[in-house]
Design a binder for this molecule. Structure first.
Ligand code: DAH
Length: 353
């Protein structure tokens, strides 16, 4: 029996010195020293030896156990030390390796246009502001020279808010245009004014060229002796900066209640360059007559200046207000045949811009 024990010990020691990781050492321990191991089985047989042999055998068994335990602990310490020694290599991080770039989105088309418009007018000293989207009737209409029940109001397809009326300011509406910011700006009494009000506007309309929520940018310049010449200069500067250096604007007489005189602003078409004809001879299909309509503009009506507590004898003002989406879609290079696509949040569409 002792011979067999010596053999089992040798096998165990060989297995211990061959193990090269903490995991394989743990396996060796179970296989050679565990409950079901040969060594354990042999030790069970110790009791069946004759008493005179039992004592010497017991001593030898204890020596073998000690020897195997020591070998196991020494090997474990050596293997653990090697693991730490190799840590720098096994867990090496190559800090020069190029990283994996996370997928990057981009700003919405409308936001890009708003930022660009803001920059263009900033160069002329216009300061970007924002006024409430939920607005009083007074700022949206009455202060703009549109008394209650005036038929001109019908053009603004207004959303009304179900809220108590104010005695002086009237009902609450979702602002149908950014012109409502003009009187708010004048009320601040910081003259002269160069305001660029860009915000969301709302009208009860939806089809290929209308969405109920859209954006407008409104410019207001109040100073002494402001004239239509200044208006034309500002509009030309915008047309050249936003659409390209060869674009021109024209002012077409029109009527708005809050400006006098009032104009519609047109810009030369980017496809036919203002001729209305394409090179091969036919009519330009985009504009038909050489010009595209940008939006409204004019010299602020004296009643509107008065509503903003400004003396129209001393101060005069130019104003213009256009749709952001419309203006951006008119720029050559971007052709969208349904404006509603802008706000459907379909990434296949949005990724293109
Ligand atoms: N607020 C007008 C609209 O929404 C556009 C407009 C016309 C603004 C003439 C102006 C202006 O400042 O002078 O239709």
């Amino acid at each position: 029996m002792l011979d067999k024990l010596e053999q089992a010990k040798d096998k165990t020691l060989t297995a211990i010195s061959a193990a090269d990781s903490l995991e394989s050492l743990a396996e060796v321990e179970i296989r050679h020293l565990g409950r079901k191991s040969e060594m354990t089985e042999l030790l069970k047989g110790l009791g069946s030896l004759p008493p005179e042999e039992r004592k010497a055998a017991g001593r030898r068994v204890n020596e073998i156990k000690g020897e195997v335990r020591r070998a196991l602990e020494e090997r474990r310490a050596a293997v653990a030390a090697a693991v730490y020694d190799n840590l720098a290599e096994s867990e090496r991080i190559d800090t020069t390796e190029p990283g994996i770039r996370p997928a990057l989105g981009h700003l919405h088309l409308t936001t890009q246009a708003i930022r660009e418009i803001t920059e263009i007018f900033r160069a002329l000293g216009f300061v970007r502001v924002k006024y409430p989207e939920v607005e009083w009737d007074w700022y949206a209409f009455e202060a703009l020279n549109m008394p209650p029940d005036h038929p001109a109001r019908d053009e603004w397809e207004t959303f009304f808010i179900d809220a108590p009326e104010d005695e002086r300011l009237g009902r609450m509406v979702l602002t149908p245009h950014t012109t409502s910011g003009d009187v708010r700006e004048m009320e601040k009494k910081r003259l002269p004014i160069r305001m660029m009000n860009i915000s969301k506007t709302y009208r009860r309309q939806i089809d290929v060229s209308h969405v109920p929520m859209f954006h407008q940018f409104e410019g207001l310049l109040v100073d002494r002796d402001v004239s239509v010449t200044h208006l034309k200069g500002v509009l030309d500067h915008f047309a050249r900066s936003f659409f390209g250096p060869d674009r021109k604007t024209r002012l077409r007489p029109f009527h708005f209640r809050f400006t006098e005189p009032s104009f519609e602003v047109d810009i030369t078409c980017g496809i036919c360059h203002g001729t209305g004809e394409i090179e091969s001879g036919g009519k330009c299909r985009l504009c038909k007559e050489g010009w595209l309509e940008l939006g409204g503009a004019g010299m602020l009506h004296p009643n509107v200046l008065k509503a903003g507590n400004i003396d129209p004898e001393e101060w005069s003002a130019l104003a213009f207000g256009w749709g952001v989406e419309r203006t951006m879609m008119m720029r050559s290079g971007i052709s969208i045949d349904d404006i509603r696509l802008l706000y459907k949040s379909d990434l296949r569409f949005l990724h293109q811009f």
